[in-house]
Design a protein around this ligand. Sequence first.
Ligand code: PLP
Length: 369
Amino acid sequence: MVYLDNASTTAVHPEVIQLMTEQMNQVWGNPSSTHSLGRQAKSAIESARKTIAKLIGASSNEIIFTSGATEALHTIIHGCIEHHHIQRIITTKIEHHAVLDTIQSLKHVEVNYLSVSDSGEINYNELEKKLQENIPTLVCLMHVNNEIGNITDLKKVSHWCAQYQALFLSDTVQSLGKEIIDVSEVGVDFLIGSAHKFHGPKGIGFYYKKKTLGLPSVFKGGDQEKGLRAGTENTFAIVGMAKALEIAIKNLAQNQTYLFELKEYAKSELLEKFPETIINGSSDAASHILNITLPLDDSKASMIVFLLDMNGICVSRGSACQSGSSKPSHVLQEILPDNLLKKPSIRISFSYLNTKNDIDELIIALQKI
Ligand code: PLP
């Protein structure tokens, strides 16, 4: 099996598995219990929080653990409306559905969608103009797009948001551990992480919030996470997430170089074997995502992922949570003309575990289809 779907999820790193297994055996107390077993679990959580905070240039009290990115996004978006009296959200139609659907479920909030170019580039001028309107605003712009890999200029957006007193949330799920993020330099108000995207366990994530900003807890109950997220913490997963992020950031530069090489190889091989292949998104997209439209018959569009799977190749058409859908991806819908939307498109996404041989196997499979 060739796995080229690392933007959907990644294999858990062996060191993370080992650490989590040890913790399950030894640190299983309830972190809220005041006895020694509880305190041991609490200390493991606090040490993980410190590690994560340090890795992104934050303070420990700015990191709040959640069940993943979806919960984190929901908490921040709803919390900003409730607590910061946000009246308007500025975003784009190429965000992840966890953002788009949360925003669409809101009542009494104006939503402005920035236009994007046919390579998925955000219209930054439009953003600055809208921010000048002086309406209490939350800007939601993802750092790395999960389907086409485009990278948002966080510094530029943060700068304008600070200048016009808007709050800035960036969905950093696809960039954390893959791009350098230092909140003390970037100045973003909220960002998020989901461990399974960087070789950690599933069902655990966190959000960063500037310490000066308050947010209410979505869940009521216990006082965990300083009252910001009720519910017994998943100690093992939290510890595993911190370890996974530590490894990812330690190897970030080396992995990025390796993945760019793989991506270039994939592009050149695809263009040689299928000369009319179209590379979707920006030419300087992130190293781990390559989105292509193939010059194959339109009839193969909805079956392409299945046909590749039959040949031992795992890729996806868009985000994993939409993969059962026969509709074209909402991101490609925003950037491609109708004739290309009908063609088969796939997202190939890499990790350090992939090799050029995986790309050769993908090409062989595509040639059989
Ligand atoms: N945001 C982006 C950009 C994603 O790629 C994903 C997962 O695919 C999510 C949010 C949601 O993450 P999770 O399913 O871990 O909550």
